[in-house]
Design a binder for this molecule. Structure first.
Ligand code: GZL
Length: 330
């Protein structure tokens, strides 16, 4: 029977539509359970805290580049500093039935419920760079992060040595409630408390960013310009903001006022070589390889340490050259 061309097109269109629908349904069904997805491509969600600092952007780049290198299907969310957005992103990854979730928690608290949902869905959560305070540590597979208390202690001990135990300090704190802000303060303040000749004149949050760090430093200089001899910033970006504020106030950062920061990015190390910043405690952001190693070990059924501690080092004028800084990857 001769079939007219129109009905041929319609039939093949119907066949096409049917097979496409079937494929779609199969995919959807597969996606409902953890581990769904085509073949053995690992599908991972990365709920990033934000893009508030050079350090944070370097971390994001590290995770994305490593996913690309390993052929991992990465879904990414920038929560723009808002915990509710970060929680919504984790819920979205759970709904997609991904194989794993990487989370850089903006603040320590408020994670029990959504991490419980991920565990119930059989989706492992790897924490990078910041920890959480939860009732049950089985809610996350592992934390890959530096020891922030030790970083604060390293900064404090360096200042004691440099100042001969005599300093009037302005402290610029990170994001309120964030693990690095809490613990870098704890480590540093404990060292200063043991030194009778050292005093913290004021301590306020600059939220880990340059603009806020500058703004807070300007306000604190209005009260403490004549007394301050040192600035301790919980990260490079706030230290760079403070340097701008000091110069605007006619002060010489790096000589008249000692400046200390944590992170170790190119911009801060450049300021160190320039003599405007005196000490930078490194906190490594290139955690992409570690995060995916952890997820692959979990997939292979390996048990992980609860805290995979990232080692830090300290940079100052004695061990930092322009050549070294130029070669830094971030
Ligand atoms: C540290 C990280 C901090 C950096 C800041 O692991 O959470 O957040 O020190 C960043 O630069 O904003």
């Amino acid at each position: 029977m001769k079939t007219n061309p129109t009905s041929m097109i319609r039939r093949s269109a119907l066949v096409l539509l049917a097979s496409a629908t079937a494929a779609l349904l199969t995919n959807c069904n597969k996606g409902d359970k953890a581990g769904g997805g085509s073949g053995d491509t690992m599908r991972v969600g990365f709920a990033q805290a934000g893009a508030e600092s050079a350090w944070r952007r370097a971390e994001t780049e590290s995770v994305k580049a490593e996913a690309e290198k390993r052929g991992i299907d990465l879904r990414f969310t920038d929560a723009q500093g808002k915990q509710d957005k970060q929680i919504a992103a984790v819920r979205d990854y759970i709904a997609q039935g991904l194989d794993g979730i990487i989370l850089a928690p903006i603040v320590e608290t408020g994670w029990d419920e959504v991490l419980g949902e991920a565990r119930d869905a059989g989706i492992p959560v790897v924490l990078v760079d910041r920890g959480v305070s939860v009732k049950d540590e089985s809610l996350y597979a592992t934390l890959i992060a530096s020891d922030f208390v030790s970083e604060g202690k390293m900064a404090g001990e360096w200042l004691v040595k440099k100042s001969g135990g005599s300093a009037k300090i302005i402290e610029l704190e990170g994001t309120p409630g964030a693990a690095p802000a809490i613990d870098r303060k704890k480590g540093f303040d404990a060292v200063i408390a043991g030194e009778s000749g050292m005093e913290i004149l004021a301590s306020q949050s600059g939220d880990f960013n340059i603009e806020k760090g500058k703004e807070v430093m300007e306000a604190l200089l209005a009260q403490h310009a004549d007394a301050v001899t040192a600035v301790y910033a919980h990260n490079d970006d706030m230290a760079l903001g403070a340097i701008q504020a000091l110069e605007a106030a006619g002060k010489k950062p790096g000589t008249e006022v000692t400046v200390i920061s944590i992170d170790g990015g190119k911009a801060a190390l450049g300021a160190l070589v320039e003599g405007k910043l005196n000490c930078v405690v490194e906190c490594l952001p290139l955690l992409g390889p570690n995060a995916f190693d952890a997820l692959e070990k979990i997939k292979a059924g390996e048990k992980l340490e609860k805290w995979q501690k990232v080692d830090d080092q300290l940079f100052d004028a004695e061990n930092t050259t322009k050549d070294f800084v130029d070669k830094r990857p971030y």
